[in-house]
Design a protein around this ligand. Structure first.
Ligand SMILES: NC(=O)c1ccc[n+]([C@@H]2O[C@H](COP(=O)([O-])OP(=O)(O)OC[C@H]3O[C@@H](n4cnc5c(N)ncnc54)[C@H](O)[C@@H]3O)[C@@H](O)[C@H]2O)c1
Length: 433
């Protein structure tokens, strides 16, 4: 099929490259000329395992990029994968997607025949019908359901495993109202559903349900982590190793073994934003989301607890403290929602001089927001002379740290990810064990 993807960020680029790999002809459209140039040069604009290889293989062939929305006229369907950031009150800011929809609508005005617009961006139930379809209808002068269709097809990829998640999904959610839309999506994803070891269930549902499934999925996972973190905090107070507890309860099929690693908490561009958006949406309908509020409170407390544990052993005021890991998780350079931010803020409030290291460009992104932190080129440089260290991201290289701890002024290590080996010569504090 001929497919266009409007918005070539974390989601759009990986979706475009994966669809090209499935055999479709794909054009990625972005207003950022730098992203477009990089894709056309066969380079990945983001750090994501497996993506550089796909872009290198398909750029110039089944994958091309452009800043011109007119390119979508030559395609059968258009994915919309623009950002939906949070406003101050947690509600989502739809203005970028609305502006993008206007671009899409204006272009569709000059297209002959049916076209399907598929919303990949995470939007709340009702937003597609009440805000996006009217923009498309006005800009195109056409009627939805007749001359063009609209569907939601949320993306469940995780950063760090986006390609793998796309290629081996557990489900494909098609939210739509008309049969042509379901049909086009079935055809598009057929290679994934028909592959020999496919496990993907296709869920065909309404627009509102399709939108809500994405929120329910993310918010449930965030709540699962906060639940184990709360239980694990109590474990720590009683001298119980929460990981032994997690391993055992994970054997109960109703609980499941994944997402039970307690620690510094969840972050990223999706869990915080989606949890906040659902809380704000609930309040808009005058429903108090007490559990979801607590899910966030527990999560924001974890990095502060790490600083509290450090202060049980050393006074950090005026002292150098190492923060290891700035990306919100390994295999990404994304710092959105990173727990390291709250740890840095707590340390700075208590007068510490923070020295930080991350193996990716995450450090450059962090420097824009936390200019008083000293950013260094290795974990060893961060630990050298430090009166304590907080391990915030489970980068594999932190598991190999050993003699580097001997160069610390006070070798107190507070591990938020259970990755550092407990050993003689260091004061080791596991956050929840
Ligand atoms: N990041 C993830 O892992 C992830 C996973 C699932 C769902 N989502 C959702 O997908 C959506 C996109 O997220 P993202 O992380 O890829 O965002 P992003 O900020 O990385 O990318 C958005 C891209 O859209 C481009 N853009 C903005 N306006 C445009 C326009 N008018 N025309 C063309 N391009 C335009 C921007 O230049 C940018 O490159 C969000 O709703 C997000 O919640 C993200």
């Amino acid at each position: 099929m001929n497919v266009s993807v409007v918005g070539s960020g974390y989601v759009g680029t990986s979706v475009a490259a994966c669809l090209a790999d499935l055999g479709h002809d794909v054009v990625a459209i972005d207003i950022d000329a730098d992203i477009v140039e990089r894709i056309n040069a066969g380079e990945s604009p983001i750090h994501e395992p497996g993506l550089p290889e796909l872009i290198e293989e398909h750029a110039g062939g089944r994958l091309r990029a452009t800043t011109e929305h007119a390119a979508l006229r030559d395609t059968d369907l258009t994915f919309v994968a623009m950002q939906t950031p949070s406003r101050e009150d947690g509600s989502i800011d739809l203005s970028v997607v609305e502006a993008g929809m206007r671009d899409v609508g204006e272009t569709l005005a000059e297209k002959e025949g049916y076209h399907l617009v598929v919303v990949k961006s995470t939007v709340l139930p009702g937003m597609t019908e009440e805000r996006l379809i009217p923009v498309l209808e006005e800009a195109s002068g056409k009627t939805e359901g007749e001359e063009f269709g609209v569907a939601v097809n949320p993306e469940f990829q995780s950063q760090g495993s986006a390609v793998d998640d796309f290629m081996n999904p557990d489900k494909l959610v098609f939210g739509a109202t008309d049969d042509r839309a379901y049909g086009l999506l079935r055809d598009l994803y057929a290679p994934l559903v028909e592959q020999a070891d496919a496990r993907a269930e296709v869920v065909e549902t309404g627009l509102r349900e399709g939108a809500m499934i994405k929120y329910a999925n993310n918010v449930f996972l965030a709540a699962k982590i906060s639940t184990i973190n709360e239980i694990a905090n109590v474990c720590k107070e009683y001298g119980v190793d929460s990981y032994e507890v997690s391993d055992a309860i994970g054997l109960d099929e109703r609980i499941g073994a994944s997402f039970l690693r307690s620690g510094a908490g969840w972050g990223g561009s999706c869990f915080p934003k989606d949890t906040d958006a659902l809380r704000a949406a609930a309040r808009e309908k005058e429903y108090e989301p007490v559990l979801l509020d607590a899910v966030v409170t527990v999560n924001d407390r974890q990095p502060v607890r790490m600083v509290d544990f450090l202060e049980r052993h050393v006074d950090v005021e005026g002292r150098r403290v190492a923060v290891l890991g700035l990306a919100f998780k390994p295999e990404t350079d994304d710092i959105r929602g990173s727990r390291s931010k709250l740890a840095i803020e707590a340390l700075e409030q208590r007068g510490a001089q923070v020295v930080a290291f991350d193996p990716t460009e995450a450090a450059d992104h962090m420097a824009e927001q936390y200019p008083d932190v000293k950013y260094v080129e290795s974990a060893a440089a961060a630990l050298d002379g430090a009166h304590g260290a907080l391990v915030m991201t489970d980068w594999p290289e932190f598991a190999a740290l050993d003699a580097e701890f001997d160069a610390m002024a006070d070798p107190v290590v507070v591990d938020g990810r259970r990755i550092v080996e407990r050993r003689e010569g260091i004061v080791y504090e596991g956050l929840t064990w």
